[in-house]
Ligand binder design. Structure first.
Ligand SMILES: Nc1nc2c(ncn2[C@@H]2O[C@H](COP(=O)(O)OP(=O)(O)OP(=O)(O)O)[C@@H](O)[C@H]2O)c(=O)[nH]1
Ligand SMILES: [Mg+2]
Length: 373
């Protein structure tokens, strides 16, 4: 007896394939939706499990058959045999028992097939441990499995994880100082906008020896101006306060600088008016760059939605903040992979100016592989 599984886009297609290969006498043991194996998650369709019986024949039967129907004789005989055996109660019962047994075997085989194997399994488990989302862990594990198939040597899980992550993350896009640059920084409340601006101001002013102007539009929060004023004074750079977005062009004209960093008030993405004001700040500032600060402590779905709400139609770059506070890198990685937007910086502490770095994909991959930056 032969038992085989056939899959097709439709049940008919699977059945035609089965009948074509095993003949009309093939018996359908089970049918249904193709099972969703973890490494073939894109596969959809139907499957049929089919059995056919090639009976033992006596030499005289074989000679008689071969002279009558030389090509399809054995199938005809099998069909007759099956019908005959079904005609007898005892034989029919035996056949039913055999089929039951085979179905049981098939289920066990399925369970074995469903367990991820080899490199793919290791990568999958490691990514889940780092709280990468299930769908990204599966996708990256599948790629690792594919790579391993084309690669004779076992290079170990860490390089494989690094490679599949690097394949998806864009190159970093730190602020470019090719010409005079205005950067508007926006993001959720307390996400680290002002602190990140202070870190960047220190870097451009102290290390790159550039002239820097800070503009704050955050006149809502008590002590917001004081906070950024303190940084400006320590760094010895000018600070201007814009009471309305319309004031920004004059402020920039009044104090020209190589880099203008515009701070904004923290907003909830649910506040439509605030979102509209942010858009207007970007327009009046004629910003060359818009950067959205996203804490790495957020859950991936919230990060993706928040980024979209702040960006609106603008092309923005991301700054991943509070990396040091995140339990694992997986949620942030998953969000970055889903967004596919350029990432400029990672910040990993409250220290100004030290706790900021360019978001090299290698650094993010290392965060996942080693569990820390
Ligand atoms: N651990 C950690 N804390 C950070 C980081 N960046 C900022 N913070 C802290 O987060 C808190 C909020 O930072 P701010 O820079 O004031 O955040 P903000 O987005 O300007 O806040 P609002 O203007 O109120 O919306 C402060 O206590 C910062 O010191 C970081 O990378 N890691
Ligand atoms: Mg602030």
């Amino acid at each position: 007896m032969i038992v085989k599984r056939y899959t097709g886009k439709t049940a008919e297609e699977a059945l035609v394939l089965a009948k074509w290969e095993l003949g009309e006498d093939a018996i359908i043991l089970s049918s249904g939706k193709a099972r969703d194996r973890w490494w073939k998650f894109w596969e959809q369709g139907f499957q049929v499990l089919v059995a056919t019986d090639y009976p033992q024949k006596t030499p005289s039967d074989a000679v008689a058959e071969s002279s009558a129907k030389p090509i399809v004789g054995h199938r005809e005989a099998a069909a007759t045999e099956t019908l005959n055996s079904l005609g007898s109660d005892a034989a029919g019962e035996r056949l039913a028992q055999v089929l039951d047994l085979l179905q049981g075997l098939d289920r066990r085989l399925d369970r074995i097939e469903g367990i991820p194997m080899g490199v793919g399994e290791t990568v999958y488990q490691r990514l889940l441990e780092q709280e990468v989302t299930e769908s990204w862990a599966r996708r990256l594990a599948h790629e690792a499995e594919e790579d391993a198939r084309n690669e004779p040597d076992d290079i170990g899980a860490d390089p494989v994880i690094t490679r599949v992550i690097l394949r998806h993350l864009p190159r970093p896009s730190p602020i470019s100082l090719a010409e005079s640059t205005v950067v508007v920084v926006m993001g959720p409340t307390g996400s680290g906008k002002t602190t990140t601006i202070a870190k960047l101001a220190a870097y451009f002013h102290l290390e790159q020896k550039k002239s820097v102007l800070l503009i704050t539009t955050d006149t809502f929060r008590v002590a917001a101006v004081e906070q950024i004023k303190t940084y400006a004074e320590i760094l010895g750079i000018p600070l201007a306060v814009a009471l309305r977005p319309q004031d920004i062009p004059d402020l920039i004209r009044h104090t020209p600088a190589d880099v203008v960093l515009v701070d904004t008030a923290g907003h909830s993405v649910n506040h439509a008016l605030s979102m509209a004001e942010l858009q207007s700040i970007v327009q009046y500032a004629e910003a060359r760059e818009v950067m959205v600060t996203l804490p790495a402590t957020m859950i991936p779905t919230a990060m993706v939605e928040t980024a979209h709400r702040f960006a609106g139609d603008l092309p923005v770059k991301l700054c991943l903040t509070k990396v040091d506070e995140a339990r694992h890198g997986g949620p942030a990685l998953s969000a970055l992979l889903s967004l596919g937007w350029p990432v400029a910086y990672l910040t990993d502490g409250q220290g100004v100016p030290d706790d900021i770095r360019v978001a090299f994909p290698e650094t993010i991959a290392q965060w996942i592989v080693k569990g820390a930056l």
